[in-house]
Design a protein around this ligand. Sequence first.
Ligand code: CA
Length: 205
Amino acid sequence: MADGMGGHAGGALASALALQVLLARVGAGGLTEAVHDANRAVWERAATDPEAVGMGTTVCAMTFAGGARPSAEVANVGDSRAFLYRGGILEQITVDHSLVAELERSGALTAEQARRHPHRNVITRALGLAAEVEVDRFQLEVEEGDRYLLCSDGLTNAVEPSDVVDHLREEADPQAAAGSLVQLANAAGGRDNVTVVIVDVTTLR
Ligand code: CA
């Protein structure tokens, strides 16, 4: 998933272009390389298209691999998030690249202060802002019953973590769970758009 930013149509263009390149390249050179390719595509478009100046996008992407030890890989740039919901506990896999997250990690802000901070939308890393970008990569062992949640900050800024957990626990169908989380974020009055992707690991083989 990708959460675009930039005036006019820039944000929508950046996120759509990033996902298009990501999908086209992920099979060839792997997830991280595909994210680098997506970054270069957004950067080149922003440099050459006057309508697209200054555009950028987050990306939070996940792939799964089967075999004797099923695994997943997450690549992240920006403040979208990947979570693992396992055994009733919701754990954030990714690290936010945002000003408030850096202040929180340094101890200057509590988690609650960070979540309500007026500058919480300032991100410190995104695709399309430079020719090269640093991509965080996470390798996970996958278990049957795992539920993975990928979302934009439109969800995490608007909905309490305990409410996210309640919905993940109570709604068995992944599409319905994603839909109800989006509804919850919109009902909370968030001005931001919201993207939620849920992946359930039902059978390993
Ligand atoms: Ca957003």
